[in-house]
Design a protein around this ligand. Structure first.
Ligand SMILES: Nc1ncnc2c1ncn2[C@@H]1O[C@H](COP(=O)(O)OP(=O)(O)OP(=O)(O)O)[C@@H](O)[C@H]1O
Ligand SMILES: [Mg+2]
Length: 251
């Protein structure tokens, strides 16, 4: 199966931005892409109708981080808009609470079933394969985030057998988080194509440059850089994604 599984060192690191940039770049290059997000949570936090073409919501509380997060639509909406699919087709299971999937489901009076997740992922794989599409799967949180009872994101990634990309922050604290993630991936036999530092600053300082080199060396891994993208505009995402060596990653 031609595809990539996008995980990260943590929640809110850049999996969706990276998945969307990759998808947009592939589509720009004439490929067809199917996106899959096993479970989406935190829909309560999303401003209704955050637009796909770069419009910004205003930050009444002055919190720049919240404002920046609100620039981006919910994961399944953005990935659906970029790949031309309905959001609910991208993410079959959706919960309002901003919590790990098992808890978000519990708060909604439901329970996530690992077999259902496996079946949905296999279905996405079969449909992508049948339509000669590249499959981009966005994980949830990090690799050991629980999706169901005794079933983690890593278990789902193993069932799909796709190579991993690990989105990681460029700044302080990223070395430990990234090396732990690489170890957890490789210990279970997953293949890591690259770590992607995101958003990579226009003027990288000594810390970011050192982190890039240290992760490459200690993690024995390719480290790629995804520059800052102003908002969910497909053209901007495609241009940034085109800077990543996705053709080689998909070989
Ligand atoms: N390359 C980038 N350009 C612009 N913003 C970025 C970039 N990478 C990360 N961000 C910022 O980080 C935030 C979180 O990114 P994103 O939503 O992709 O994370 P995530 O890992 O998918 O989170 P979740 O665990 O909720 O799925 C974005 O809203 C944005 O503010
Ligand atoms: Mg996401």
């Amino acid at each position: 199966m031609r595809g990539l599984f996008v995980t990260a060192t943590d929640t809110g690191v850049g999996k969706t931005v990276l998945s969307a940039a990759l998808s947009a770049a592939l589509i720009e290059a004439g490929e067809s892409v199917r996106a899959h997000k096993p479970v989406v949570t935190g829909l309560d936090e999303q401003p209704p109708g955050a637009a796909i073409c770069g419009s910004r919501s205003s930050a009444s509380d002055g919190d720049a981080r919240v404002a920046e997060r609100q620039t981006w639509p919910a994961d399944h909406e953005l990935l659906g808009a970029i790949t031309g699919a309905a959001p609910d087709e991208v993410a079959p299971q959706r919960y309002r609470a901003a919590a790990a999937p098992h808890l978000a489901a519990q708060l909604a009076g439901e329970r996530i079933d690992a077999d259902e997740l496996l079946a949905a992922a296999a279905d996405a794989e079969a449909r992508a394969s049948g339509a000669a599409q590249t499959l981009i799967v966005e994980g949830v949180g990090g690799l050991l985030t629980p999706l169901a009872e005794r079933f983690t994101v890593r278990d789902l990634a193993r069932s799909l057998g796709l190579p991993l990309l690990v989105a990681a922050r460029p700044g302080l604290g990223t070395i430990n988080h990234t090396l732990l993630t690489l170890q957890a991936a490789r210990a279970s036999g997953l293949v890591v194509r690259a770590v992607v530092l995101t958003p990579w600053p226009a003027q990288a300082g000594a810390l970011e440059l050192s982190n890039r080199d240290t992760i490459t060396r200690l993690g024995d891994v390719e480290v790629a850089l995804l520059r800052h993208i102003a908002g969910p505009d497909p053209g901007a995402l495609a241009r940034a994604g085109a800077g990543l060596p996705w053709r080689r990653w998909l070989e």
